[in-house]
Ligand binder design. Sequence first.
Ligand code: HEM
Length: 320
Amino acid sequence: MPLPNDEKLLALSNDLIQQFDQIFGLHPGFRPAHAKGILLTGTFAPAPGASALTRAPHITRPSTPVTVRFSNSTGLPLIPDNDPNANPRGLAIRFNLAEHVHTDIVSHTTDGFPTHTGAEFLEFLRAVVASDPKNLAGTPLEAFLGQHPETLAFIQTPKPAPESFATDHYFGVTAMEFFNAEGKSRFGRYRILPGAGVHHLSDEAVKAKSANYLIDEIGERVKQGPVTFKIVVQLANEGDVTDNATVHWPEDREIVDFGTITLDALVADEAKEQQHIIFDPIPRVDGIEPSADPLLELRAAVYLISGRRRRAAPPTGEAK
Ligand code: HEM
């Protein structure tokens, strides 16, 4: 994936990475956000009707190998899985179409995002750093939230911890434009639904869990049998806002089946692979185009700059 030439976009990308570094500290070889995670492999099988939505190659083939990464929030490689700040959890899915040819979905467990643009997100992060969350009166964060009800709404959305990475639902958040073989297009947002059902833990139950309960559990679970997720797409109606991750579409919007992923193994040489793989929020595949959501191009640049830095760091091995 290429880096864009847009100087302003690159400067904003670097500022955002620096802001994460400032909040979480530098951890060479780890991601500045979603630092703690685990990689699994499996296959994707398209849903029978999905070709009405898109002509993308993984929809026209019976089976495509996938690599997925489950993660905790924050740039702390050792954040305890039972820390409330580890929510929302992430799920990044790579569809391996051929050698060095792939398309990804990047999702997390909250349906939405705090801000419409990356510049606002940077302003929000700076306000967080400059404010005492326990005493908001008169702080930059209070001022920001006063001007951005969509950010307050995201903060106030409950973010319960899952029983397992395999029992949470994940949201693509940013809309994509899907094109089928006839050239007909629809905007949609991915949802990734666990075959084992959505099961969250109460705050009390989470406290009793261990610092690695999710990472340990998914490793054990996949040894016992396959872990499945159904991928669906929530379709926009004509006139729905498709370029703003803070705007939700009404729940009555049509949802179509996209396919199923079946995960059956952990990745060997985990630390090395996690350091190497760079997920891309832009699909870059025929049949699925990015929407005009400003987060997409920015994130693609952020993840690439960050990923190149991670690859250039000494091997992490096991986090110490
Ligand atoms: C301006 C908006 C955003 C910024 C600046 C941002 C920043 C980052 C950064 C720096 C990383 C580490 C990338 C790497 O080193 O490979 C990352 C990873 C990630 N982000 Fe974002 N993010 C944004 C929006 C989102 C949204 C909307 C979602 C949910 C759909 C999301 C979900 C994730 C996930 C799941 C990962 C981990 C990917 C992996 O496993 O490699 N982010 N983000």
